[in-house]
Design a protein around this ligand. Structure first.
Ligand code: FES
Length: 125
């Protein structure tokens, strides 16, 4: 089995992984970071599994764990560091969670969007 080195939410990991292991399953099952969800059964259409890879939003169900070797990942657990990010706090304050299942993916996508567009128009949103 290949060994991968990744930094996830500021912690470095050296892990043995199967060549076929999806990144989302590595995060959930091997690192116990279960905030990243699987909504569309690995079809890549729902976005619930979105994480940041080197700061860019990616669907972790469409990547293999071995492709993350040498990269820095952020999951919903690390989005705000040791507190809620401003976006997470805004969701909480405005009761925006709905059922909550896809909320981690929405937050990861929106945080990338707002980083790149800090003052978006309604049309951009
Ligand atoms: Fe739906 Fe990844 S689980 S896009």
């Amino acid at each position: 089995m290949p060994v991968i080195n990744v930094t996830v939410n500021g912690t470095r990991y050296e892990e043995n992984v199967s060549e076929r292991l999806l990144l989302v399953d590595f995060l959930r099952d091997q690192l116990a970071l279960t905030g990243t969800h699987v909504g569309c059964t690995y079809e890549g259409v729902c976005g619930a599994c979105t994480i940041h890879l080197d700061g860019e939003a990616v669907k972790s169900c469409l990547m293999l764990a071995v492709q993350a070797d040498g990269h820095t990942l952020t999951t919903i657990e690390g989005l705000g560091g040791d507190k809620l990010s401003p976006l997470q706090q805004a969701f909480t304050d405005n009761h925006s969670l709905q059922c909550g299942f896809c909320t981690p993916g929405i937050l990861m996508n929106m945080s990338e969007f707002l980083r790149d567009n800090p003052d978006p128009s309604d049309d951009e949103i």
